[in-house]
Write a new protein. Structure first.
Length: 732
């Protein structure tokens, strides 16, 4: 097979998603174009390429590379060009020139074996020297192992993840059991590991393949559909579709997992429920802890509670409904209380009264699942509120919660807002930190979408029938003046919203083609709404979409909105990841819980950035390959190449991702979507995100489809039944 040696003169093109690269190589006096999977090749690098010569119809003679070998540059000029390409964090063109001026042809030897000498170079301190040396060593190791992984069609991004997780043992571990990457590396799917395993010659019926497939189906059901468990029959059927294996063979593999306690089985009514160990413990603990909190507070007779509520009304000029009075009395006298209701029904004014009545008994803590929800709770009540993660002091030993049963929160009452967003795992963590005797008030809108994470906690607690519950239904006069509030209740009742009323705040701009819908959204956000309502296009207006795909989906709208609201400019540094180009000034969202990501907020430091956190890119460093984001709660986070995949543009976000947030203005397409997304509770959730203005763009018929579709997807969970059993056990 033909081969050639040369120096990379230029990177003509690179697809960051799959590593496909076009390079120009100087070989002797000739310049040659080469193409292939060359994800880590850099300008100035010396290569030995092997492949086939092809004649491209547009670009002429090229080498299609099948394998390549890196050779270190030997000349000072070659070394400088090699280092100046930017593949090492902390080294750009200026630093490369300084290094070569200091160490000459021995520069690469210094980087590899004597990095302490880097401190001799002007402008390089100990911290930067260690970063440069570490990045260089990582690159050498990564290239070697990458060549091993490349033969199994592993993408460059996944190569990096695998190498960083397993280090030098990568090759040995993958040869032993490639399915470990599914269990141990976040974000790696079964199909990826299966492709590697099959290419390595593992048979279809290998025990590790069957077991990994079963575990994957179960965890994927948690992560994508919110199920806490799967019925045995559903698990076996889905696994058979994934693996192409008979259910009888899979049943034997499942028995092995159950015997070894890698999975848990429990009979629920007529169903054999299969849990992951973590989900089973979370659900069982949640039921037990709620029951204990309910039993730990002897509900007082509340003989004077009505008088105290009346005194508060007289002092503040408030007039509570009977429902509100009942909710307040239950919260102040009981152990665990649920208050639910739609917008404008008085949840916040009820909370304000509860806080006042409890103020003499100790500290009242306010919390919510997201930073935006906590901020809104604080503004509405006039009392400090924080996220559940912050309340539980995330970042304790081994990256967990510092607050637990051994170190509980000290409070007479804890009030949790936006409970519909709380999944089973976060709920268990919160309950573990609540001391018996502390009153717990759970506030939320049961008609909104359930949590993104596993479980249906608020709905399950309500359906159990054992937790004291008040549904607030009356719309108060001031809220009733808002068409957003009135329409939310109309939609919830299955009635069409009223649009385009004079002086209203709820509009439909009718458009009959998808192109017109998109164009209208762009004009509304960039020009018309800022001019009409004095809104800031970036900070006050949020575009929502029920879907990620299609012309009116999150991905496509983000690209078009970015082009209008934050176009490229010479003074805006950029960083590309896959098909997304991030630039300074972009509106972005964290889309995964990352419990290790570090942040700073003034003098405060911590770890943990969570799904749904929104902010703006304030800096991009081309030399250090970092993107810096300032989030809404003033935390500043630095992303590298690996963690950047957790960030997305957020000019448009999905309705699911918008939960817990409130925006002055919401703009949303009213267009044909997949049936599972054309639902009443999704539409209801979307319009209740708006505080001052809703603008829908599209067809009235699409709105009618959503309002009439009351279907709610079933989530497999058993919290309600467990809670009933736990209350009986503790009570009896």
């Amino acid at each position: 097979m033909p081969s050639l040696e040369g120096v990379v003169e230029n990177i003509i093109y690179r697809n960051e998603a799959n590593g496909w690269t076009v390079i120009q190589v100087k070989s002797g006096r000739s310049h040659v174009t080469a193409t292939g999977l060359l994800p880590f090749v850099t300008q100035g690098e010396s290569l030995r390429l092997t492949g086939d010569w092809v004649d491209h119809p547009d670009y002429g003679r090229q080498m299609r590379v099948t394998t390549y070998e890196t050779m270190r540059p030997v000349s000072s000029k070659g070394i400088e060009k090699y280092l100046a390409s930017g593949f090492i964090r902390g080294i750009g063109p200026a630093t490369a020139k300084l290094l070569v001026a200091t160490f000459g042809k021995q520069t690469l030897d210094v980087l590899e074996s004597q990095p302490e000498l880097l401190g001799e170079v002007r402008g390089i301190g100990p911290k930067r020297a260690e970063m440069i040396a570490s990045s260089y060593r990582e690159q050498l190791q990564m290239r070697s192992i990458m060549m091993f992984l490349q033969q199994y069609d592993v993408s460059p991004n996944l190569c990096l993840k695998i190498i960083r997780h397993f280090g030098e043992a990568t090759q040995q571990i993958l040869n032993s059991n490639p399915y470990r990457i599914v269990d141990e590396i976040n974000g790696v799917g079964f199909q990826t590991a299966d492709r590697i395993a099959r290419n390595m010659g593992l048979p279809e019926d290998a025990p590790e393949r069957l077991r990994c497939g079963l575990r994957y189906v179960l965890t994927d059901a948690q992560n994508t559909s919110g199920h806490v468990y799967l019925p045995r029959e559903a698990l076996l059927w889905q696994a058979s579709q994934l693996l192409g294996a008979e259910e009888e063979i899979l049943d034997n593999a499942l028995r092995g997992l159950l015997i070894e306690r890698e999975l848990v089985a429990e009979q629920i009514d007529e169903t054999t429920a299969i849990y992951t160990v973590s989900a089973y413990k979370a659900e069982a603990d949640t039921a037990r802890l709620v029951a204990q909190l309910m039993a730990a507070v002897n509900s007082s007779s509340g003989e004077d509670i009505e008088d105290r509520i009346s005194a508060y009304e007289e002092e503040t000029g408030t007039s509570f409904s009977e429902e509100q009075r009942r909710a307040i009395a239950q919260a102040v006298t009981g152990g665990v209380t649920i208050i639910t209701g739609g917008p404008g029904t008085g949840k916040t004014t009820s909370i304000q009264c509860i806080i006042r009545l409890m103020s003499g008994q100790g500290e009242v803590l306010l919390t919510a699942p997201t930073g935006r929800a906590a901020k809104r709770m604080s503004e509405a009540t006039g009392c400090p509120a924080q996220t559940i993660h912050r309340l539980l002091e995330f970042g304790g030993e081994e990256g967990g919660f510092a607050r637990s049963e051994q170190n509980p929160l000290k409070a007479c009452m804890i009030i949790v807002d936006e409970m519909s967003m709380v999944d089973i795992f976060l709920m268990r963590s919160l309950l573990r930190a609540v001391r018996p005797g502390t009153r717990l008030v759970l506030v939320g809108d049961a008609d909104q979408l359930p949590s993104v994470g596993a479980g249906n906690v608020l709905a399950d607690l309500i359906d159990s029938g054992v937790v004291p519950l008040t549904r607030l239904k009356r719309i108060f006069r001031q809220a009733g003046e808002s068409m957003i509030v009135l329409n939310a209740h109309r939609v919830n009742a299955g009635e069409m919203p009223r649009v385009n009323t004079r002086g209203g705040d709820f509009f439909l701009e009718r458009k009959e083609t998808v192109a017109d819908v998109c164009d209208s959204i762009l004009k509304l956000v960039s020009k018309r709404l800022p001019a009409y309502a004095g809104l800031d296009a970036l900070r006050d207006i949020q575009v929502l979409s029920p879907t990620r795909k299609g012309e009116v989906g999150v991905v496509a709208l983000n690209q078009r909105l970015q082009a209008v609201l934050n176009p490229p400019s010479n003074d805006k540094p950029e960083r590309k990841r896959g098909d997304t180009c991030f630039r300074v000034g972009d509106k972005v969202m964290q889309v995964k819980n990352d419990y290790q990501l570090q942040w700073i907020n003034g003098d405060e430091e911590g770890v943990g950035v969570f799904n749904g956190d929104m902010g703006f890119i304030i800096g991009i460093d081309p030399e250090e390959h970092t993107v810096t984001v300032a989030f809404d709660d003033e935390r500043v986070v630095e992303y590298d190449d690996e963690t950047l995949e957790e960030l997305e543009l957020s000019y448009c976000v999905s309705v699911h991702k918008s939960q817990g947030s409130e925006f002055p203005c919401v703009v949303m397409p009213a267009w044909n979507m997949p049936p599972l997304l054309m639902t009443r509770n999704l539409f209801y959730t979307a319009i209740t995100r708006a505080k001052k203005l809703v603008v829908l763009v599209g067809r009235e018929a699409c709105i009618r489809r959503q309002v009439s579709n009351a279907r709610i997807l079933q989530r497999y969970s058993a919290l309600g039944g467990r809670l009933v059993d736990a209350v009986k056990l503790i009570g009896g």
